[in-house]
Design a protein around this ligand. Sequence first.
Ligand code: COA
Length: 329
Amino acid sequence: MYNGPAGIAGMGVYVPEKILTNSELEKIVDTSDEWIRTRTGIVERRVVEGDTATSDLAVPAAKAALEDAGVHIDEVDLILVAASTPDMIFPSTACLVQKKLNSKGAAAFDLQAACTGFVYGLTVASQFIETGMYKTVLFIGADAFTRHINWKDRGTCILFGDGAGAFVLRRAEKGYGLLSSYLAADGSGADLLKIPAGGSCHPGSEQSIKEGLHYVYMNGSEVFKFAVRVFPEAVQKALDKAGLTVDDIDYLVPHQANIRIINSGAERLGISKEKVVVNLDRYGNTSTASIPLALYDLYKTGSLKRGDVLVFVGYGAGLTWGANVVRWY
Ligand code: COA
C-alpha cells in the first residue's frame, strides 16, 4: 500500500574537530598541496582522533536532526545507519547509536552500499514511511573512513575525511519529499575499491596485518573512469522516473569524491556550476556523510526554498551508484 511520500522533517551534521590540511599531509607522505588541489579539489579534511568510532560521529548528527525536526527520540520507529566503516562487523552501528541515544522502542539496522550508502539508505528508509509501516525514521550516514587508511599510500590517504549527517524522515505532502530513486550495482567491479581483511574472507590475523589487508585499497584511475560514466546516467535515470528534466534541478548535491568527477558529471548533464553544491575542499570524501554535509551547507544558510528540486547522486565501492530526486518542503 502506498501511504504518501517521505520527506525530510529535520537534518543535522557532525564533523570531528581536528583538521588535517594538505600541507600537513606533505609531511607524512610524498605529495604536495598543489597536486592534491589540482587533481582532487581537496584542501583539508576532518579526521577522528583517539578511539573515536563511526557511532560517535553519528550520535551528535542524529541529536541535531532530532532537535531540528522537533522530534523526541521515543517517537523514532526505526534507526537506519548507512556506513562504509561500521564500528564492528556486528552488532550494527545502528544498535550502538540506539544505545547511545537511549532509544528503547526503535528497530535498528545498518545498510552497506559504500559511498552510495546515503542514496541507497534514503531510498530504503523512505519506503518504511511510504508503505505506512513507520511514522518516523532516523536515517544516518556516518563514516570514520580515516581509521582504515594507510597513511603511506598517497593514492588514498589524501582523499578521505570523517563525518556524519542525519535526516529525520516523516510523511510529506503529495508532490513533495522523495519523488524518485534510481539504484544500480555492478559486483564485477568489487576488486576496484575495498578493505580486504576483517570479514569472513580474510579475518584479522597476523598475516592480514603484515600484508596490509586491513587498509583501504583502491584502483584510483578505474574508479575515476567508472564515476565519470555513472554520474550523469544516475541523475538522468532518477529524473526520468520523477518525470522531470535537468532544467528542473535547483541544486545538484553530488557525493564529494573528486572535483574533476563532479565537474565532468555536471558538464555532461549541461547543468550550470552555480547549481552544483561542492564542499569537498573542506571535508574531502566522507563516504556516506558527504551528501548530507553538502546539503547542510545550503540548509543552514537558508538557501533552500519550498518547492526546490534537489538531486542527490552517489557512486562508490561495490560498485554501486544511484540518485534521488527530492522536492523540498
Ligand atoms: N601526490 C602526488 N602524486 C601522486 C599522488 C599524490 N597524492 N597520487 C598519485 N600520484 C602520482 C602517481 O604516482 C602518478 O605518477 P606517475 O605518472 O609517475 O606514475 C601520477 O600522480 C598520476 O597518477 P594517477 O593515478 O593517474 O592520478 P589521477 O589523476 O588518476 O589521480 C586519484 C588519482 C586517486 C586522485 C584519482 O584517480 C581519483 O580521484 N580516482 C577516484 C577516486 C575516488 O573517487 N574514490 C572514491 C570513490 S567513492
